[in-house]
Design a protein around this ligand. Structure first.
Ligand code: GLU
Length: 311
């Protein structure tokens, strides 16, 4: 008997249009792109536009223009998560019908005294056996069976969801589908085989694996890369004032992303054109260079030398 063929590699970059592409997201895009290309895989671009209150006008165009300017090439039409609404609802309904999810009328105020852990509020299960509120969120039931996965960079990870997060929201009280549910449904539809993203999302992964199990979806491989931080340790983000990646001098900024990814590009590379930089990056890509690393500060020696003005 011959072993079944492994599924062809499919990777993705899935930005939320809450602001322009900043250096931290350029680094994540670069890692997922190089990982897909060096495995002769597909690389998909999915705009996660299902949270209008958090979106910023013009952000989608700004992100797409920047990715194009930096020479990223995606393999299918751009996917807009909002176009999948029916599929998200179907998944939600199936969980509710099987009593795996339930309405919850608790407001933030109702939960002020709830215990807190590293993942935030640990939902105490108030509405598990019913609630008569009109406006409700929908929560997914959890158990304490440990959820484990082996991150390809960060090693083995385990969470017991019931005691670490409690039952969690999969549809918000404002009726918007929550990130965890949407991302699981979409990665399954897109047949993503490996997820490369920032380590700030690593502690979301067990909740997503739990959803995959309940929905009968395959669990992809996971690889969480270090986050880029300001010198004070805060993650680069819109909230911490990270600016848009430059649209001029893109060679230097792309090389800075490679430095952040511990790829050790030669000092002459920032003076080359984009296609030479991508070629070098693909020929030399070593994801393991980041093994176990969780954060890279913009004032670390390598980045400070190549990056002034980029973040
Ligand atoms: N849309 C999420 C973000 O921009 C990323 C989702 C993911 O990679 O799973 O933070």
């Amino acid at each position: 008997m011959t072993a079944p063929e492994p599924a062809p590699y499919v990777g993705r970059f899935a930005p939320s249009p809450t602001g322009p592409l900043h250096f931290g997201s350029l680094v994540a895009a670069t890692a997922s792109y190089l990982q897909a290309r060096t495995r002769r895989g597909q690389w998909l671009l999915r705009v996660e536009d299902i949270d209008p209150p958090r979106e910023q006008a013009g952000a989608t165009d700004a992100i797409l223009n920047a990715l194009d300017r930096y020479g990223f090439e995606w393999d299918t039409e751009i996917i807009f998560q909002s176009s999948r609404h029916e599929r998200h609802l179907e998944a939600l309904e199936s969980l509710i019908e099987r009593h795996l999810a339930y309405p919850c009328g608790c407001s933030r105020k109702d939960l002020v005294d709830a215990p807190r852990g590293p993942l935030g509020i640990i939902y105490p299960g108030t509405c598990r056996d019913g609630c008569d509120a009109k406006e409700t969120a929908i929560r997914l039931r959890t158990t304490n069976a440990p959820i484990t996965f082996a991150d390809k960079l960060q090693g083995p990870q385990t969470q017991c969801l019931e005691s670490e997060s409690g039952d969690f929201v999969i549809r918000r009280r404002d009726r918007l589908i929550a990130y965890h549910l949407a991302v699981v449904v979409d990665d399954a539809i897109d047949e993503v085989t490996e997820i490369v993203r920032g380590i700030d999302l690593m502690d979301s992964t067990p909740r997503q694996i739990w959803l995959q199990r309940l929905l009968g979806c395959r669990t992809p491989d996971y690889l969480h890369i270090p986050v880029i931080t300001h010198p004070n340790g805060d993650k680069l983000s819109k909230l911490t004032g990270a600016k848009a990646v430059p649209m001029q001098g893109v060679s230097r900024a792309l090389c800075a992303a490679l430095v952040a990814l511990q790829q050790n590009p030669p000092p002459t590379l920032p003076h080359c054109g984009l296609s030479d930089i991508w070629q070098w990056a693909m020929e030399n890509w070593q994801i393991q260079a980041m093994q176990g690393q969780t954060a890279v500060s913009t004032d670390s020696a390598g980045l400070a030398a190549v990056g002034p003005g980029i973040w």
